[in-house]
Write a protein that binds this ligand. Sequence first.
Ligand code: ZN
Ligand code: ZN
Length: 165
Amino acid sequence: MKVAINNLSVGLHDIDLGDFEAADIELKEPELYPNPIHVCVMIDKFDKAYRFKITVETDALFHCDRCLENYVYRFKETIEQLYEVGQGTIGIDEEVQVLAENEQEVDLNPQLQEAFLLHRPLKMLCREDCRGLCPRCGINLNTSRCDCLRHDIDPRLEKLKSLLN
Ligand SMILES: [Zn+2]
Ligand SMILES: [Zn+2]
């Protein structure tokens, strides 16, 4: 996905780029993002540099690591990226992408991919206290109950447990 920068004046520009699909951004796990991905960008243009604040927003479809059910996750993240025409005027403490002189547009895909990758939850949980599946019968313990664990106490394990306690 590209943003034209050739006609931007110095100063702030708030650009609503609209809705995109995971394929437009070439996301690694497109199945997690089946809904439109809204992208906005705030560009602060300086003489020879651009500061981009890129916001992505979508209803992701994650699946819970514990109960394996799908759930909708409101995904909204903002990342910043600096671009510089030529090289060498901005301090080295910031990560800067270099643009060629006369660059007409900026490809945002690498930044967008990073935003999705970095902010994807490490553990996907439909809710913080998800009870998961019964290890024995596989029933979803969020919505159903089973008697497996109550009847499943191995007398040998019980003995071990009392030794550990
Ligand atoms: Zn769950
Ligand atoms: Zn069970």
